[in-house]
Design a protein around this ligand. Structure first.
Ligand code: SAM
Length: 225
């Protein structure tokens, strides 16, 4: 899978070389390009923003540098992903869908966001998705893009050592996962639930299913039908 990111802060993505993502890049499972939006400006100050039409606070990202940057990156098979708090919600389902694609291009907005015509223009010939990672407002699309890259890339076959660990996760079956424990069996007066040490796989499966339902009911009832 190929991922391209356009940003005015390429340094945000230096961490792509560590952990599982770094290994996936080394092993050729992921090919990631990070591009500086300012390289597509043509004035002395490398300007990427301007005042909003209609007035109001803040600045808006100019369409021209975005047009030039994205012209050079988007292929017929690409999806242009525009992080935005006003976008559709990024869920495990969307991550799964994106993980089957061959090319994603992330456009990281700053300030009051990117001139709306950029998405409109590229939607004429490409698939464009405006995506929110949650109901809160970040300063820019970089952290949202990093979160999406992690969620998407761990679903690529071969990325995570044990493929079963992906299947048994929160949100995969629509519920939250049961709590997890490791050694020691006693820690600061707290014990591991005895059923997990019983060796009875049927009972363990049932306990996890019950916990999963109970946790979802108390923490995220909105996930239940
Ligand atoms: N004025 C915009 C609005 O109210 O919809 C918010 C702009 S925000 C300060 C700047 C950039 O941060 C956005 O263009 C987007 O790239 C990113 N961003 C902020 N919150 C986000 C979220 N919840 N999900 C995805 N991207 C987000």
């Amino acid at each position: 899978m190929r991922l391209d990111v356009v940003t005015i802060f390429p340094a945000f993505f230096d961490v792509l070389d560590v952990s599982l993502l770094g290994k996936a890049r080394e092993r050729g499972l992921l090919d990631i390009g990070v591009h500086d939006l300012r390289d597509f400006t043509h004035d002395r100050h490398r300007t990427v923003d301007d005042t909003p039409y209609g007035g109001g606070a803040g600045m808006v990202m100019k369409p021209e540098p975005w047009g030039e940057a994205l012209d050079g990156l988007l292929q017929p098979e690409s999806i242009l992903v525009i992080p935005s708090p006003a976008g559709e919600r990024f869920t495990q389902g969307v991550a799964r869908e994106f993980a089957t694609e061959s090319h994603l291009v992330f456009a990281c907005g700053r300030y009051e966001g990117i001139d709306h015509r950029v998405g409109e223009h590229f939607a004429r010939e490409h698939r464009v998705r405006s995506v929110s990672i949650g109901d809160y407002v970040l300063n820019g699309g970089e952290v949202a893009t990093m979160a999406m890259i992690e969620a998407i890339s761990r679903l690529i076959p071969g990325m995570v050592g044990n493929p079963e660990s992906i299947v048994e996760e929160s949100h995969e079956d629509g519920l939250l996962e049961a709590p997890a424990y490791t050694k020691p069996a006693q820690w600061r007066g707290l014990s591991v639930p005895p059923v997990l040490m019983s060796g009875n796989h049927g009972a363990i499966r049932q306990w996890r299913a019950d916990q999963s339902m109970e946790r979802t009911r108390s923490i995220r009832p909105d996930l239940l039908p």
